[in-house]
Design a protein around this ligand. Structure first.
Ligand SMILES: Cc1cn([C@H]2C[C@H](O)[C@@H](COP(=O)(O)OP(=O)(O)OP(=O)(O)O)O2)c(=O)[nH]c1=O
Length: 196
């Protein structure tokens, strides 16, 4: 079976991929820096970043199927990534308070053997309740916002802030499993799902 590499340092992505293929993959974190780029829509940016993460790993890997992703939050047209400091996390949580935000993940599949590369994106709408300053302060003190796009984690205490979602749940956590499955089918690489 083809070697599978998850091009990610995210423990959430590792757990989500494990849900589909157990431990039959390697992890290789990309060193690609996710800089904001002028002139790209949020969807295009998510695709671009995920593609660059996959290509970075492809450039130093033997024959393998590389899976990469990039997730961020869009709130009133503004792209919100991972917080850079406690103040920044507080500011971000203030922005998303009481808003319907979009969590966008770009996913890339790259087969270094055949040269096949596809990228797709998934959007989930997340309804955030109004947050008091005290809630924001207490939440930031838990440390949970760090390393999370939009400064919250739906799979953690951040669930207390999410009234409901419209769309795919794993997408919010960092890897849209349904879409990934369809991408594997489409590219005839879905044998990795069923060969035990
Ligand atoms: C909105 C949200 C994001 N996140 C996480 C998923 C991603 O790990 C992170 C977004 O950052 P990313 O830059 O997409 O990923 P990463 O830096 O963690 O890992 P890598 O680039 O190596 O793949 O936010 C949650 O865990 N829960 C949430 O509810």
């Amino acid at each position: 079976m083809k070697k599978v590499i998850l091009a990610s340092a995210s423990p959430r992505r590792r757990e989500l991929l494990e849900q589909l293929i157990g431990d039959r993959f390697e992890i290789c974190a990309s060193s690609y820096g996710e800089e904001p780029l002028e002139g790209l829509s949020p969807e295009e940016l998510a695709l671009h970043h995920s593609r660059e993460k996959a290509r970075d790993i492809a450039s130093r890997s033997q024959e393998s199927l590389i899976i990469s992703a990039d997730t961020f939050v869009v709130c009133k047209g503004e792209i919100l990534g991972k917080p850079s400091s406690e103040d920044n996390a507080r500011e971000t949580l203030g922005k998303i308070s009481g808003q319907v935000i979009e969590v966008i993940t770009g996913v890339t599949l790259l087969d270094t053997g055949s040269g096949m590369e596809i990228s797709e994106h998934e959007v989930t709408r997340v309804f955030i309740k109004s947050l008091s300053e005290q809630e924001i302060d207490s939440y930031v003190r838990t440390g949970e916002p760090f390393g999370k796009a939009g400064s919250f984690a739906i799979q953690g205490k951040g669930a207390l802030f999410v009234e409901r979602i419209e769309g795919d749940y794993p997408n919010v956590v960092g890897l849209p499993l349904f879409r990934l499955g369809r991408m594997l089918e489409k590219t005839h690489t879905d044998d990795i799902l069923w060969k035990l």
